[in-house]
Design a binder for this molecule. Structure first.
Ligand code: FE2
Ligand code: FE2
Length: 159
């Protein structure tokens, strides 16, 4: 998956204010899957969402989708050692609360983050195209990162 120079510029215009913030930079300290940090996972998901929107000309709120994609796992700890066996069920609420507190997310962005763990969070069915896309892209990126550990995917970027 490669963005053109123009796409790269547009992507960074949206994401830079939150991705360069010292608070989200903290996500670099924690592992999400295999050796991939939470920051890199969130960035990868945001880039893939942006790519799909641009390359399939999807009618979505691009800015809200990219922001929510970057913040969808915005929690500052290693979930493997956090001591919450049900973290998969809980962390969408934690990320949403952190994103609200630090970046004043709007209702759509909140809803996108809220439903990203569906169908694990069974009742939180994605209700918008943006939420559905993030839900699918997150699973794809997560599976790819997990499989990297077994050498089934090369490190970045087979798509
Ligand atoms: Fe998540
Ligand atoms: Fe995720």
């Amino acid at each position: 998956m490669t963005l053109t120079d123009e796409e790269e510029r547009d992507f960074w215009e949206i994401i830079e204010p939150i991705a360069s913030d010292p608070r989200t930079q903290e996500m670099k300290k924690y592992i999400q899957h295999s050796h991939v940090s939470t920051y890199d996972h969130c960035m990868d998901v945001a880039r893939h969402c942006f790519y799909f929107v641009r390359h399939h000309e999807l009618k979505v709120d691009e800015k809200a989708l990219v922001r929510a994609a970057f913040l969808h796992d915005y929690y500052l700890y290693d979930w493997h050692t956090h001591g919450d066996k049900l973290h998969g069920y809980h962390h969408a609420d934690i990320a949403k609360a952190n994103a609200k507190r630090d970046f004043d997310i709007n209702i759509l962005e909140s809803e996108i983050i809220n439903s990203h763990m569906w169908p694990l969070n069974l009742t939180r069915v994605p209700k918008t195209r943006e939420a559905l896309l993030l839900c699918a892209v997150d699973k794809f990126c997560s599976a790819r990162e997990t499989l990297m550990k077994y050498g089934l995917f090369k490190d970045k970027d087979p798509t």
